[in-house]
Ligand binder design. Structure first.
Ligand SMILES: *Cc1c(COP(=O)(O)O)cnc(C)c1O
Length: 405
């Protein structure tokens, strides 16, 4: 990834946050990498053991501590975690999985690859999160699993969702890809139930690529641990270091989703800074909210009113063409031409070509469709300065003025 030049004081200390130089491209996202992160990965490279080993085990332990989870199994991605969960839960043909369409396509792809049917539910128009009310309307005799999404760093209203799942004897798996550091009613996401986190480079904590399944179900964790490495009773590290026989047997056909120590070492180093990283995100988000309060046609997401702690993974606005005088796609293109990168989270899954032509949602999804056409994620990452937010909002102002002329 190309490095953007920083302001002169930052250039003397290349790992110190400072505003991006005026006139240089300000990307939508960039991982925050410190000298300590680099040293941690280098140490693994020099150690003679670079694949899954003691660093992965330590990362799992620390992440479980941080979230309050009973068990944590690290994997090469959140998608891998969802794959193994669907496998472990026995999701297959005839089963229905209830999930919002306002999500990343990985979940939907996996449901379909398992021969099951995704049943799309709508979301709150201003938090983009689904609720127990939406989910309830979608339940049938065939429903096996519910996969709601903690969105943009905010927490789902888990209380009613958990009550609904438990009343109907359904499994609930939280997509927590955006929720490293998010809390609901005073508890970190991951403390209770089963949640899948992502450590992709744009997420709040990165391992390069990676993910983790947190669960309070020990049997489920053991099954995922086995499926993550060929279905063997033990992985290479366990065989080597814990005296397990290299003749370990396949107990069931499994996959190859173990997280290497190179990645886990980066995760450990990042996890130690997660609080600080999220605090910077919160400060940047507060500046955005303040500066965008009265900008016509630019609508930030709402922050839920129930008790929760926001991890500010994304700062999403909706571009309302009628009032802004410009549509979302043109808005993104004009910002890019003026040196500001943006993202799109998400184009609704049911509107992607493959799904559009094969699945007609049973529910109307008006809030999902409205937002799918208007959402735009503004730059938000810990190495940004408040002055960068100001530059972005000022540039948005120029683009909006231009559009009105
Ligand atoms: C990033 C993301 C995922 C997938 O994470 P990977 O680690 O890239 O597999 C899943 N769901 C949501 C909502 C995401 O944003």
């Amino acid at each position: 990834m190309a490095q953007s030049p920083r302001a002169p004081h930052a250039a003397q200390h290349p790992l110190l946050p400072g505003p991006f130089l005026p006139g240089t491209f300000l990307p939508f996202s960039r991982p925050s990498i410190t000298a300590a992160d680099i040293a941690a990965v280098t140490q693994v490279l020099e150690s003679g053991w670079i694949t899954t080993g003691s660093k992965c085990a330590e990362f799992e332990q620390r992440f479980a501590q941080a979230t309050g989870a009973l068990c944590a199994v690290a994997l090469t991605s959140a998608t891998a975690g969802m794959h193994l969960l669907l496998r472990a839960l026995g999701i297959g043909p005839g089963d229905e999985v209830v999930t919002p369409s306002m999500t990343w396509v990985s979940t939907i792809n996996l449901i379909v690859l398992h021969g099951a049917t995704p049943v799309f539910v709508d979301v709150d128009p201003d938090t983009l999160m689904t609720t127990a009310e939406h989910v309830k309307q979608a339940l049938t005799q065939r429903t096996k699993l519910i996969v709601p999404v903690h969105f943009a760093g905010a927490a789902l209203d888990l209380g009613p969702l958990r009550a609904l799942a438990s009343n109907r004897n359904l499994t609930l798996v939280e997509d927590a890809a955006h929720a490293a550091g998010t809390e609901y009613e005073g508890h970190p996401v991951g403390t209770e139930g089963t949640a899948v986190f992502s450590f992709h480079p744009i997420k709040n904590l990165t391992t390069g690529e990676g993910g983790i399944v947190c669960t309070d179900n020990e049997d489920l964790a053991a099954r995922i641990r086995r499926l993550r490495f060929h279905g063997l009773g033990a992985d290479a590290f366990e065989r080597e270091s814990r005296g397990r026989a290299p003749q370990a047997e396949v107990l069931e056909p499994g996959f190859k989703y173990n997280l290497p120590d190179m990645n886990a070492a980066l995760g450990l180093s990042q996890l130690a800074r997660l609080e600080a990283l999220n605090a910077r995100r919160a400060a940047l988000a507060a500046r955005y909210l303040e500066r965008l309060e009265n900008v016509e046609g630019i609508l930030p997401l709402a922050v839920p009113a129930y008790p929760m702690r926001h991890a500010w993974h994304l700062f999403i606005v909706r571009i309302d063409e009628r009032r802004a005088g410009i549509g979302r796609d043109a808005f993104m293109a004009r910002l890019k031409a003026r040196g500001i990168g943006t993202g799109l989270h998400f184009r609704a899954a049911h509107l992607h070509e493959y799904y559009r032509t094969r699945y007609t949602p049973r529910q109307m999804l008006p809030n999902t469709v409205w937002n799918s056409e208007r959402v735009c994620s503004l730059p938000l990452f810990p190495d940004m300065a408040l002055a960068d937010v100001d530059r972005i909002v000022d540039t948005m102002g120029i683009v909006l003025d231009e559009a009105k002329r």
